[in-house]
Design a protein around this ligand. Structure first.
Ligand code: NFK
Length: 271
């Protein structure tokens, strides 16, 4: 029996862990948070969302499950290990805890992982380097959750363009990926594989897209988000877009403005 505050493991590694900040089997909706940290920073964990979760709970958000997911980090583990972990965690939540009707929130590379989720099979298959023992080669069978809402917060969506804007970021990109081709093929925005028909491969109806970008983010300008919105537009997807003074890169996921957006989504999703 899961109680609020409990953590469960979805794999052998210590970071393959899920935290139930708030949980009741009567809750119909779930908000699941995926942290950032450039695929490598151990200071970024599901506890990044402690503040915003407290905020949501203090404003009648307790009717929703509020869950955080940790995942294995680079350089020990390379792409697509992070994505395999997120898919495995979501499947664990669905199969063992009947979690469905999900609002998924990703910050920074957590937003990268949300986008990759939409074509996770192809991206895992393209990314698995059979010769690299650090990459687990047992990709999950299928992603059997219904994603109602995807909330992208100050995300990275096109790593090729990121390096063009911030050459110094190659330092952490090269810890998570083996080559240019490896990170080129990790995103629908930069891979030629998806150019033809980057249709999202998830079963069921297309989730609602919400894209948030702080104009005070000192690590990522709005260029990534503009490119992402343009890409969605090219697919006929019109996201809810929020540009505003939402604080620095490591503040945006703590602030009231994001809590307000999530509460709006919670109150508007169908049962
Ligand atoms: N604290 C991270 C840096 C980081 O998280 C980051 C830096 C620039 C742009 C995006 C970042 N994070 C994305 O998840 C590190 O030390 O690698």
């Amino acid at each position: 029996m899961i109680r609020s505050g409990d953590t469960v493991k979805y794999g052998e590694h210590e970071l393959q862990q899920i935290k139930f900040f708030n949980y009741s089997e009567n809750n119909k909706k779930s908000v699941i948070f995926i942290h950032g940290g450039a695929w490598r920073d151990p200071n970024n964990t599901y506890d990044d969302f402690q503040e915003i979760i407290g905020n949501i709970l203090s404003r009648d958000g307790s009717r929703a499950n509020l869950i955080g997911v940790n995942y294995r980090l680079s350089p020990q583990f390379k792409h697509p290990s992070h994505l395999i972990d997120v898919v495995t965690a979501l499947n664990t939540l669905n199969v063992h805890y009947s979690i469905d009707n999900i609002i998924l929130v990703g910050h920074s590379v957590g937003a990268t992982l949300l986008l990759q989720l939409l074509n996770y099979k192809q991206i895992i298959d393209l990314g698995v380097d059979k010769s690299d023992p650090r990459i687990t080669t047992n990709p999950p069978a299928s992603l059997n959750v219904s994603l109602k809402d995807l909330v992208f917060v100050d995300g990275i969506y096109d790593i090729v363009d990121l390096i063009d804007e911030y050459p110094g970021y190659a330092l952490f990109v090269n810890e998570a990926f083996n080559s240019l081709q490896h990170y080129k093929d990790s995103s629908q925005l930069s891979s030629t594989v998806f150019q033809q028909n980057p249709l999202f491969a998830l079963a069921g109806e297309t989730p609602r897209f919400t894209v948030v970008q702080s104009l005070q983010d000192e690590l990522l300008s709005a260029r990534q988000t503009h490119g992402f919105v343009k890409f969605l537009d090219s697919l006929g997807i019109v996201p809810l877009v929020f540009f505003g003074n939402y604080g620095l890169h490591e503040q945006v996921y703590k602030l009231d403005q994001l809590a307000n957006i999530l509460l709006e989504l919670l109150n508007s999703t169908s049962q």
